[in-house]
Design a protein around this ligand. Structure first.
Ligand SMILES: [Zn+2]
Length: 229
């Protein structure tokens, strides 16, 4: 499991955890006691999880409540609540945890489709509706460009929006997408400071589930919550 803690300005702090293969399967297809136990081993508080669909919907847990947010069809969640954790499941896509210095947090599922559709901006605007404090980001493990062969048509279009940094080459010389570079470009444009940019590759590092490399149906979880002082 990958750990990240950061103190906030008001005596509270945020915690981010990103699981690995050895932490078990956090996919939400079979919600039940085994998944609950795996979640409790990461953090023992209610989890908000989403039915992710590579779109741009963002759930504000403060508005819809825990029951309304859990399992919602969305790819981002936002809250100021300190009694729960926000989670995202991934197996190659980028898990993004965001926070403001004064305690607004978000979890975002950003594959290339969501990135292009604008899910990161939607989540950030939702946070900025509740705070004007500076925002920071944790970019979790995802598929690296060396393993992410990509078609030229989609790549050309993405490059036009996110810049030449997204154009890469696989280990065996094929055209590739650097989706992390696209996320970094988007965060920079939206004035969000990237504090962690984890370059572990879910396809080739060996300790992650990968949809693309191994057709794994299991998922990693990335979780963010606010800890009271
Ligand atoms: Zn790789």
């Amino acid at each position: 499991m990958r750990f990240f803690d950061r103190a906030l300005v008001n005596g509270r702090s945020i915690r981010v955890r990103s699981t690995e293969r050895s932490d078990g399967d956090f996919s939400v297809g079979h919600v039940g006691p085994e998944l609950d136990a795996r979640r409790r081993a990461v953090v023992d508080r209610p989890w908000v999880w989403l039915s992710q669909e590579h779109g741009t919907s963002c759930v504000d847990v403060d508005d819809v409540g825990l029951d309304g947010a859990r399992g919602a069809a969305a790819d981002a969640s936002v809250t100021t609540r300190t009694d729960l954790a926000l989670s995202i499941q991934t197996a190659d896509c980028i898990p993004l945890a965001l926070w403001s210095d004064d305690g607004v947090i978000a979890a975002v599922h950003a594959g290339w489709r969501g990135l292009e559709a604008g899910v990161i901006e939607v989540a950030i605007r939702s946070m900025q509706a509740q705070t004007s404090a500076p925002l920071s980001a944790f970019i979790g493990p995802s598929i690296g460009p060396e393993c992410y062969e990509f078609g030229v048509t989609d790549l050309d279009r993405l490059e036009a929006t996110f810049g030449p940094g997204i154009r890469a080459t696989t280990n065996d010389g094929h055209l590739a997408l650097d989706v992390r570079a696209g996320v970094r470009s988007e965060l920079l444009r939206l004035d969000v400071a990237t504090e962690v940019d984890d370059d572990a590759c879910t396809a080739c590092a060996g300790n992650f589930f990968s949809h693309r490399e191994r057709a794994d149906t299991a998922r990693q979880a990335t979780v963010i919550w606010i800890e009271e002082a």
